[in-house]
Design a protein. Structure first.
Length: 279
């Protein structure tokens, strides 16, 4: 089996490593417009060959679109125009817009909307890691719109990556990711900007940074070209979550400003309930 991966970055590269290592694919080819990334992907051994988009489509059994969502929205309809037997899937963090655009495409059944819930704050082929997806959730959206054989093939690919398969509607996916992924990144970006603003005047502030700061701000190192389109595509859900988040920040501000330690404690006690879900 040949798997073609369009976009050899953290996600595409990590998939390539394990799909080849675990013998799901006999051959991995990549499509990569960035010359530096293409060269690195070959030198590192992530792919067997860098090919054109047309060669990838014609020669692959599975085509994985692992680009930023802004590019994926343009690419997926073009790819579907040219497929017959091939199965096309994506790894994007937003799903509803993609599904709207291709809903009436004559080859819609060849496409499986998917999202492996894994990643790090790093990007590019150098960031690719073996085992990145082990034990993580692999989301398949609107499976009923896809040919059942296509869904089974993508499921088997995620099984090979040792992922937990979860089926849901695209709209529900976008709501949930706004809460558990997108707001986390916005919070981290905002905290980084806050501290960098302070650092202009107090150069030694980072000397005081401990593990708590590092873990909270880690996501601020994430790639802007990937995350800005995600926020745009999931705007309504992200804005709803931001409103709630800002409301909670205002509650903390109010209680702290009024020397109301009991009020602050109650907020923290309520926040501690997250232990029931995340251990």
């Amino acid at each position: 089996m040949q798997v073609g991966i369009i976009g050899i970055g953290l996600i595409g590269g990590s998939m390539a490593i394990d799909l080849k290592k675990r013998k799901f694919a006999d051959r991995i080819v990549g499509v990569e417009n960035d010359h530096l990334h293409a060269t690195a992907a070959l030198e590192i051994g992530l792919v067997d060959e860098i090919v054109s988009l047309e060669e990838c489509i014609s020669g692959s059994d599975i085509i994985v679109v692992a680009t930023p969502v802004s590019a994926a929205i343009r690419l997926i309809p073009r790819i579907l125009d040219k497929v017959d037997r091939q199965v096309v899937t994506d790894v994007c963090s937003t799903k509803e817009k993609i599904n709207e655009i291709i809903h009436y495409h004559p080859n819609r059944k060849n496409f499986v909307a998917a999202h492996p819930m894994a990643g790090t704050e790093y990007s590019g082929p150098w960031a690719a890691l073996p085992g990145l997806f082990d034990g993580r959730a692999g989301i398949i959206c609107n499976a009923e719109d896809s040919d059942f054989r296509a869904v089974e093939l993508i499921k088997s690919m995620y099984d090979c990556l040792n992922m937990r398969i979860i089926y849901m509607r695209a709209a529900h996916h976008d709501v949930h990711t706004a809460y558990v992924s997108h707001i986390s990144h916005i919070s981290s970006f905002a905290l980084a900007l806050t501290v960098l603003e302070k650092e202009k005047n107090e150069k030694n502030i980072f000397d005081l940074a401990s593990g708590g700061f590092s873990s909270t701000v880690r996501l601020a190192k994430s790639n802007a070209d990937m995350w800005a389109p995600i926020f745009s595509q999931n705007k309504e859900n992200v804005l709803t979550v931001l409103d709630t988040y800002i409301e909670k920040l205002q509650e903390f501000k109010k209680h702290i400003g009024e020397y109301d330690e009991e009020g602050v404690k109650n907020l923290i006690y309520n926040a501690n309930k997250i232990k029931r879900i995340i251990r």
